[in-house]
Write a protein of this length. Structure first.
Length: 113
């Protein structure tokens, strides 16, 4: 993923295999919130990109489904910070589709699925 392609509010994914010898996928969804967004980042030369979990990013949408007078539960915000040189682990929808479509070609996939 190239940093100039990132757009605030867009959804991105991290994809991988947490088990060394098993093709069981791990897919996480994140919403891009911007570059050097925390106050402590502003004095640094590093280019730090932040992604937020969708439940907290879209918390207002979750609150819409509650009955009047019922307090919505607000999810705790989770952020990940990715240095610009490490953005290769962040994928767009096309790369997510390719990742999922390739799962059956992974060694040991017949035993896993």
């Amino acid at each position: 993923m190239n940093a100039r392609d990132l757009k605030v509010g867009r959804t991105y994914f991290t994809c991988g295999f947490p088990f060394r010898n098993r093709p069981i996928p791990s897919i996480e969804t994140w919403v891009y919130v911007g570059l050097n967004v925390l106050p402590e980042d502003r004095g640094t030369d590093k280019r730090l990109h932040y992604f937020q979990d969708p439940r907290s990013y879209f918390a207002a949408d979750l609150a819409e489904g509650h009955a009047p007078g019922e307090a919505p539960s607000v999810p705790e915000k989770a952020l990940i910070r990715v240095e610009e040189e490490d953005l290769s682990g962040i994928d767009n929808l096309d790369k997510l589709v390719a990742f999922v479509n390739g799962l059956s070609n992974e060694p040991g996939s017949d035993a896993a699925f």
